[in-house]
Design a binder for this molecule. Structure first.
Ligand code: C2O
Ligand code: CU
Ligand code: CU
Length: 556
């Protein structure tokens, strides 16, 4: 099999398909004029698509980045803000989330950085100000709810462009799920409403999902965690800690730069990985703890480790607890979008460890033939274990909860990921400036990310499924780099993974909504949709999703 397929395709074909899709973004183009009040947007390309000047097209696409230690490290891990429930009715969670530009002073002596962030509606000071100066983490507030709750969230869009809120992993009705087909215009608001069914306890998140603008909105800071709790959680009494990982690319002048060609091709990775909004925080542990981990990065894979000697247990995946703890782990890979619950032990004696992201080769591409080397090990947080004298390990229940098999599939679906790189177009003079979306970011020419040979078309239904019918989906990666598959509206079970014709049954049953698929790998999942309507499925490297590695599932 040919490892790298760089096709010197006709430039016109690639340009035509990109132009066709960029037309869908143009309905937002007028809103960019509202951006003029925002001072640090000044060096972005505001010219829009039709009249790109030669001067702008010639600007270097890659910003000079701030030093990797430019952000302070070593502060105690910030506690995530919790979204307050405005409702007094039992079983109803009601709140307002405002997406808005927010300024934060990050680099000494440099202008402040404008993030886009979710804030609580009643938060003092946020109600009227268009651009709010804040301290503290930019992670969206934690939505902490229970099975059975009816959740009603008013979304106020104070961004300069359309957006949506997608409830990643939750079984919400399709018309409440923030699909790209239901944008909330700049300046508008919308109420999302759904009820959390029994069995939905787990670790989820929310983020924007507008057509072709999800990557930008997330890398500017829009994402937040959700925890759904059950009444009979066997680990309810354990001290719980939340680590929401996000990625930040920051220019040396404090600006969050638009994507360059490499960001589009491999997915954006910044020089900073933030934990609850801060670089390399410090965590002190006195007792055994339950951790929830969110990989909220656009494209970065996190292969967690506490060092070779230090074991931890995984107790949950995206969709909640496993049947039994998986103890004795020394590493755990979370692809972009994935979550996990783990048990971290305080130990018997004081000690220290570094929570790190170990080397993982996701086969990132170079702009010429071949792959980039994987990133080196990266420290994410420093942990000190300070158990009281004589402390002993807390017993973990042998059984956490049943995870029933979904049953026999009555239908099949086949998803194939593929890529095409047009080297001529990618290196052409307009490679990264050919098509703008609403402002700043531009869609690149020459790279195509496909599902079943086609880029996403909002008017096309990729698959049709029947409600309540269990299906076996096979997801095959015929591309050259890893792509994390994500399906909306449900949790699925991995059945088996295939490699070179040999399939290995998944060793344990778990609920997931995101699964990594390596090049040449086939992952088979059992899945069922409970509600009629349209669902998205896509690669969760958000640049790939925006570039069209997405399909629509119609449930009838
Ligand atoms: Cu986390 Cu379709 O998204
Ligand atoms: Cu999702
Ligand atoms: Cu991808």
């Amino acid at each position: 099999m040919i490892r790298r397929q760089f096709l010197a395709r006709a430039l016109s074909a690639a340009a035509a398909s990109l132009f066709a899709r960029s037309a869908f973004a143009q309905h937002d183009a007028h809103s960019m004029h509202k951006m003029s009040g925002m001072d640090d947007m000044g060096d972005m390309d505001m010219s829009g698509m039709p009249s790109m000047s030669a001067h702008q097209a010639a600007k270097p696409a890659t910003a000079v980045l701030a030093a990797p230690d430019a952000l302070p490290a070593g502060a105690p891990l910030a506690t995530l803000r919790t979204l307050a429930n405005e409702s007094r009715e039992p079983g109803v969670f009601r709140a307002t989330l405002i997406a808005q530009p927010v300024k934060r002073k990050l680099l000494p002596g440099k202008p402040s950085t404008t993030f886009w962030q979710y804030d609580e509606g009643n938060h003092p000071g946020s109600a009227n100000a268009r651009v709010t100066q804040t301290e503290g983490p930019v992670v969206g507030p934690l939505i902490d709810v229970r099975e059975g709750d009816t959740v009603e969230i008013r979304f106020v869009n104070r961004l300069p462009q359309a957006s949506t809120i997608h409830w990643h992993g939750l079984p919400v009705p399709p018309d409440q799920d923030g699909n790209p087909s239901t944008p909330v215009a700049s300046g508008a608001s919308h109420v999302y409403r759904f009820t959390l069914p029994p069995g939905s306890a787990g670790t989820y998140w929310y983020h924007p999902h507008p057509h072709m603008m999800s990557a930008e909105q997330v890398f500017r800071g829009l994402a937040g965690p959700i925890v759904v709790r059950s009444a009979d959680d066997p680990l309810a009494g354990w001290p719980e800690r939340h680590l929401f990982f996000s990625d930040l690319k920051l220019a040396s002048d404090g600006v969050i730069p638009p994507n360059d060609m490499m960001d589009w091709m491999n997915g954006r990775e910044g020089q900073f990985v933030l934990v609850n909004g801060a670089r390399r925080p410090r965590i002190e542990i006195a007792k055994d703890e339950r951790w929830r981990l969110w990989n909220g990065c656009s494209a970065r894979y996190l292969r967690f480790s506490l060092g070779d000697e230090r074991h931890f247990a995984q107790v949950g995946t995206d969709g909640g607890l496993l049947e039994q703890p998986r103890d004795g782990l020394t590493e755990l890979l979370l692809a972009p979008g994935e979550r996990a619950e783990v048990i971290v032990r305080a130990g018997a004696n004081p000690s220290r460890a570094v929570l790190s992201a170990d080397v993982y080769d996701r086969r990132k591409m170079a702009m010429s033939h071949g792959s980039l080397p994987p990133d080196p090990v990266r420290a994410l947080a420093d942990i000190s274990f300070n158990p009281p004298p004589g402390a002993s390990a807390r017993e973990l229940p042998a059984t956490l909860r049943p995870v029933a098999p979904l049953g026999t599939a009555v239908a099949k679906k086949s998803v194939v990921f593929s890529e095409q790189m047009d080297m001529v177009a990618m290196h052409g003079p307009k490679a990264s400036a050919g098509h703008g979306n609403t402002h700043g970011s531009t869609m690149p020419a020459g790279m195509t990310f496909m599902i079943n040979g086609q880029v996403f078309d909002p008017s096309r239904i990729t698959f049709t499924s029947r409600r309540d019918e269990v299906e076996l989906w096979s997801i095959e990666n015929r591309a050259d780099m890893d792509h994390p598959f994500h399906l909306h509206g449900t949790q699925f079970q991995i059945v088996e993974r295939g490699w070179g014709g040999a399939f290995t049954p998944e060793p344990y049953r778990a609920w997931r909504d995101t699964v990594n698929v390596r090049p040449d790998e086939i992952v088979r999942i059992a899945t069922v949709q409970r509600m009629a309507g349209e669902r998205m499925f896509h690669c969760h490297i958000l640049e790939h999703e925006d570039l069209g590695m997405m399909g629509t599932l119609k449930v009838v």
